[in-house]
Write a protein that binds this ligand. Sequence first.
Ligand SMILES: [Fe+2]
Length: 287
Amino acid sequence: MDQQYFDITPLSGALGAEIGGLDLAQPMDDDTFAAFCAAWHRYQVLFFRDQELTPEQHIALGKRFGEIDISQFIPTVEGYPEIRLQNMSKSGSIPGDVDWHHDNSFVAVPQKCSFLYALEVPAAGGDTVWVNTVSVFESLSKPMQEFLEGLTAIHDVIDIMGPKLIKQNGPKAWQAARDRSPPVEHPLVRIHPETGQKCLYINPLMTSAIKGLNVDESKDLLEFLFQKMVRPEFMVRFHWRKGSMAFWDNISTIHRGIYADMPDLSKEPRVMHRVAITESNYTALNS
Ligand SMILES: [Fe+2]
C-alpha cells in the first residue's frame, strides 16, 4: 500500500529498508506520514539517499514525529540546540557509540526515534549496524520470555564506563558525570507503544545489572542475552554516503558504529547531524 507514496526496498531479512522517491526536506502530508509510520513499524529502520536538508528542515522533520529531545551530553550545532553534532574527528577518546546501545537508555525518559543525517563521510568505513530486538525476544523459549518479562533492568552508563572515564579525565570529572547521571530503571522487556510488540530493552553500553538478581546471576544473564542480541541474523548494516539519512526506532532496535575500519579522520571526516524525538509519554506507558 505504501508504494504509492514511495518505493520500499528491504535490506535484510531482519530489519531495515531503503526508501526511494521521498524528499525529506518537504513537509509530509497526512497520507505520506501514515505510510511512513507503517514502513517504520514494519522495518524499524529506514534509509534514504541523496537528501538535502537545511538544519531548519531537519528539525521540522523531527517535530512531525513528536517532541525533540534536547541534548545534555552530546555537542550541538551552533544556533540549533535541537541538533546533535556527531563529529567523530572531534570526539574524545571514548566515543559514546562504539558499543551496542539504545540512545539515551541511561536517562529516565529515553528517545523514541532519531533522524541521523550524513554531511561528510569517509569513502569506506564508519558504517552503522542495527539489531531487531523484537526478533531477539521472539527467538527465546516461552519460559525464558515469561521470566524476563517480570524483570527490571538498571541502566548506568557511568558505572560501565567509570574506569575509562577516571583514567581519561580523572576522578573529579567522573564524580561530575556520576552526579549528572544517576542509575535509572526500565522494564527489561518493553511493549512497543505503537506496534504492541515485545522487545528486549537492554544494551551492553548502558545496562549494568538486573534488579533483584544476585550479582553473578545478573552478569551471566545479561551476557547471555547480549550475545544473543548481536547475532548476524538479527542485523542490518548501512554504508553511509554524503546526503544519506537513517531513521530508526530507538525502542525496538539497538545500534553501533563500526569505527575500527575508519581511515584517518583528519583527512576523511565523519560528520553527522542527529535529531532525536523523546518518548514524552514514557512514564505513563510503563507505570
Ligand atoms: Fe547512538
